[in-house]
Design a protein around this ligand. Structure first.
Ligand code: NDP
Length: 299
């Protein structure tokens, strides 16, 4: 049976390191890391995520600010808010909660965030820095950064000689994850919906990362014995065994069967999920250090 990664515990250790770094920054420089979270409209799921981010930012000792715009806010109003946050020296990180209401175009908004305040790591400058191996000045998208914390804890910082397969090629996760693995010297394959014979690619992986959005797609016979399996997927499926109309969360990996083959595996929930907010906090404290001309802590 594989070792099961405790994402909550590892996220808590990242948050503890962020808290310590934030406190030291405040004591030495008199600067509190500032995180502004912007939400437009009243989508309940988005409000739940934003509330969790704001709560965690406060817990980290940050100056945590939430801006809520009405569902009818215009592109110009949202752009003006981002501009004012860009110009606010007390704000080191800006996060615009996605998805935006349908009448708003997210891309120009994301690209208008100053790259050094883009704590979601979605700006093309940050994507480019990651692609060129500049991890020293860029900010990395939070979920792949979190998955990489697991990989480093399992395999160390140097993945020389290891094959990594990332299933999924989104800008949010698959591509930055592949870049991070490549930067760490893994030999990386990126698979996607047009990949032929996906199971045989997966069987080649010492590190298999699934970020697809298809419940329990990765089966035991796709997993190389002894591999590390990182499951990023979050899928809600019916759970009639829990009562009528009930649901439960599963990943992209058939956990029970794959845990019998892998040497290390992440569960869903409680694996990669808790790392995303922790790495958002890490990016904010990193951005605050850089704004003072200081070398940021590593996470
Ligand atoms: P996207 O929908 O943007 O990308 C999914 C990727 O999976 C695409 O590259 C797609 O290929 C590929 N894909 C789809 N079907 C198949 C298939 N049958 N075989 C192989 N590849 C396939 O999703 P995200 O990257 O944003 O998210 C992926 C999953 O991770 C989701 O379940 C999401 O909820 C979860 N997630 C979790 C986070 C967290 O833990 N906090 C954060 C972000 C995501 P193609 O490009 O060819 O279409």
């Amino acid at each position: 049976m594989a070792e099961i990664i405790d994402g909550k515990r590892i996220a808590a250790s990242v948050v503890a390191a962020v808290k310590a770094a934030a406190l030291a920054l405040e004591q030495r420089q008199g600067v509190r890391p500032g995180l502004a979270v912007v939400i437009v409209g009243d989508d309940p799921a988005s409000h739940t995520y934003v509330a969790a981010k704001s709560r965690m930012a406060k817990e980290c000792g940050f100056n945590s600010i939430q801006h809520t715009l009405p569902a009818g806010a215009t592109q110009a109003e949202l752009a003006a808010l981002v501009r004012s946050l860009n110009d606010d020296a007390a704000i080191h990180g800006i996060l615009v909660q996605l998805p935006l209401p349908g009448h708003l175009d997210p891309e120009p908004i994301i690209q208008s965030i100053r790259p050094e305040k883009d704590v979601d790591g979605l700006h093309v400058v940050n994507a480019g820095k990651l692609a060129t191996g500049d991890l020293a000045t860029g900010l990395v998208s939070c979920t792949p950064a979190g998955a990489m914390v697991f990989v480093r804890r399992i395999h160390g910082a140097d993945l020389s000689g290891l094959n990594a397969v990332v299933v999924g090629r989104s800008n949010l996760f698959g591509k930055p994850m592949a870049q991070l693995l490549l930067n760490a010297n893994a030999t990386v394959t990126v698979a996607h919906s047009r990949t032929g014979d996906l199971p045989s690619f997966c069987r080649n992986a010492d590190i298999l990362v699934a970020a697809v959005g298809r419940p329990e797609m990765v089966k035991a016979d796709w997993v190389r014995p002894g591999a590390t399996v990182i499951d990023v997927g979050i899928n809600r499926i019916p759970a009639p065994e829990r009562g009528e109309g009930k649901t439960r969360l599963v990943g992209d990996v058939a956990f029970a069967e794959c845990a019998g083959v892998a040497s290390v595996i992440t569960p869903v929930p409680g694996g990669v999920g808790p790392m995303t907010i922790a790495m958002l906090m890490a990016n904010t404290v990193i951005a605050a250090h850089r704004a003072q001309g200081l070398t940021p802590p590593a996470f």
